[in-house]
Design a binder for this molecule. Structure first.
Ligand code: 3PG
Length: 213
């Protein structure tokens, strides 16, 4: 799948809701309830980071939840891409982008939301055909002010900023012309996941889903 087509599909994912939950899940037994809670709150696109041994099983389980669209985050190697696709991920996210990851996504038909932190990185991805990118790490990189400053010279690129995004600062990003949605972990706090407070997570999701953009 060519980068332009990948970005078309990534844009579809980014337009589903204002927030893509970024999930770090330790126990696959939590997967279905967590996905159901987030989808019920209005957040259908879910990014499961490959940062725990359970992550691939979590993707498999979440992929069975009706109304959800499950992607794999923290893709670092071609093996990650293959494993994510096999587990049922329908999109991929990487903190940066390498030719090996890009080639693996093309070969495995996995739409990639590749990370960029600077104008040069964003331009290199644009040259390859990626018009939808992740701005990472958003807050540490200058936040909404920095991302907004890319809109005028690079209007062809739309972003999903992640890293340090919260309910409080999400509106600053969502108001930008070049932002489709934001990504963040705040909608699935560890304590709520561990205690099985699914209603609490649905409430957080609902609040996030209601953010204007
Ligand atoms: C990440 O890679 O962990 C994401 O960017 C989420 O960051 P956050 O935990 O600051 O929301």
């Amino acid at each position: 799948m060519q980068p332009a087509e990948q970005s078309k599909q990534a844009e579809h994912v980014c337009r589903l809701a204002p927030v893509i939950p970024v999930l770090v899940v330790d126990d696959a037994d939590h997967a279905v309830s967590l996905a159901q809670a987030l989808v019920a709150g209005g957040l259908p696109a879910l990014e499961v980071t490959l940062r725990t041994p359970a992550a691939l099983e979590v993707i498999e389980q979440m992929a069975t939840v009706a109304g959800g669209m499950v992607g794999a985050g923290t893709l670092l190697t071609p093996a990650d891409v293959e494993a994510a696709k096999k587990a049922g991920a329908t999109f991929g996210v990487s903190p940066g982008a390498t030719d090996r990851i890009i080639d693996a996504c093309a070969a495995n038909e996995l739409p990639l939301l590749p990370g960029a932190a600077t104008a040069t990185e964003a331009m290199i991805l644009l040259e390859k055909g990626y018009t939808v990118q992740k701005f990472f790490p958003a807050e540490a990189n200058g936040g909404a002010k920095a991302l907004g400053a890319l809109a005028s010279p690079l209007p062809q690129i739309r972003f999903c900023p992640t890293g340090g995004v919260s309910l409080a600062n999400a509106p600053d990003y969502l108001g930008l012309a070049n932002t489709l949605c934001v990504g963040g972990s705040w909608v699935a706090p560890k304590d709520k996941v561990l205690s099985g407070d699914w209603d609490g997570i649905t409430a957080l999701a609902r609040e996030a889903a209601a953010l204007p953009r």
